[in-house]
Design a protein around this ligand. Sequence first.
Ligand code: FAD
Length: 417
Amino acid sequence: MSGFSAFRLLREALRGQSGWGPQWRSPEQPQPAYDVVIIGGGGHGLATAYYLAKEHRVGRIAVLEKGWIGGGNTGRNTTIIRSNYLFPESAALYDHAVQLWEGLSQELNYNVMFSPRGVLMLAHNVHDEQSFRRHVHANRLAGVDNEWLDAEACRAFCPPLDIAQQRYPVLGGALQRRGGVARHDAVAWGYARAASALGVDIIQNCEVTGISRGADGAVNSLATTKGEIRVGKVGVVAAGSTSLVMAMAGVRMPLESFPLQALVSEPVKPVFPCVVMSNTVHAYISQSDKGELVIGAGTDQYPSYSQAGGVQILSHTLEAICELFPMFRRMRMLRSWGGIVDTTSDRSPIIGLTPVPGLFVNCGWGTGGFKATPGSGHVFAATIARAEPHPIAAPFSLDRFATGRLIDEAAAAAVAH
Ligand SMILES: Cc1cc2nc3c(=O)[nH]c(=O)nc-3n(C[C@H](O)[C@H](O)[C@H](O)COP(=O)(O)OP(=O)(O)OC[C@H]3O[C@@H](n4cnc5c(N)ncnc54)[C@H](O)[C@@H]3O)c2cc1C
């Protein structure tokens, strides 16, 4: 820290931080009309607005958020980032995101704390091992890093892991060293600040309650809790509520929504050097920079819009964590929470055009969309601006559920991240 900034920090501390203005503009009222409106102020929506303003120079852009920005899944997730999905289409999409993550703090001039500490996915049975080995080969062919570690190498990479316990035997694991974590709030705030600086209006506490279409069938206005807004194009990026929002325009989505839970422990000194996921057992874990263990569970068995998931899901996950990492048995949990995730039948997202002219959708990221945030926003912005799918987004169109050309990532993403 330079002498100047240290002095300023001290001065602001003594003055109650009165000299620091808001990081982004947040007008109370929207303008009467926009060229593009993004519904949903999560990371994906804010990133879309940022790239629309920066790379496509679209005129007037607004992000409408029914609560506060980042208050949805963006602020509730366990922040695992990786790109070792099976099919080339998915690897291209998620690796586009990882490449953007690698320079995101510089791009936004905001420290998103991207930490590529390696993501290890454990294999507990022969099926897991065969599947992960197949992923490793497919990823390498696609130019994406992924490697197979035997059990002993897994333990060496993650010393707290008990590979000798009998309940969840560790046969080995797939490791993506470029994978890791980032600070979720900072991602929302960084994109918000950068988008706002480019003129994007970020309107919080503004729920979209209706979508109207003109005589030509194209979307032309939105009803909101802050009045009616005329629009040129609309991008729906409303994870957890996509089916509800799209129904306002008469579009039925091939989605099911489930609660997904996570929890954090009391903080301890740095003891856990990486990210470990167990898709089979439904448990994953990393340690935050504050020292808390960040632990994620699987989805509830039943679709629901409740953010309070089942207690049995959490207890199953904690039992598994204690088996795999016995040193954590005496840790106390601080808090748990849930989010609502929209899932598709092939566990891949939907990005693209809809049957309604001027209406675009980005959804279906299920349990694993945080990792895609920069890439998703980047390709969705291009899709909206050009009114045709970005080449990376093209395979993820809504009409694949009619044509049957699904991208089945169940093995990579079923209950995992
Ligand atoms: C517990 C949990 C753990 C997870 N762990 C991981 C992980 O480790 N790695 C990973 O990659 N992914 C993970 N995910 C998934 C990830 O969080 C999401 O896929 C991703 O954050 C979605 O981002 P988003 O910007 O699309 O959605 P959100 O951040 O949910 O943003 C959507 C916004 O739309 C708003 N909205 C909805 N309806 C309206 C309306 N009518 N009008 C205005 N605004 C509206 C909502 O308020 C919300 O803020 C996890 C999710 C959960 C819940």
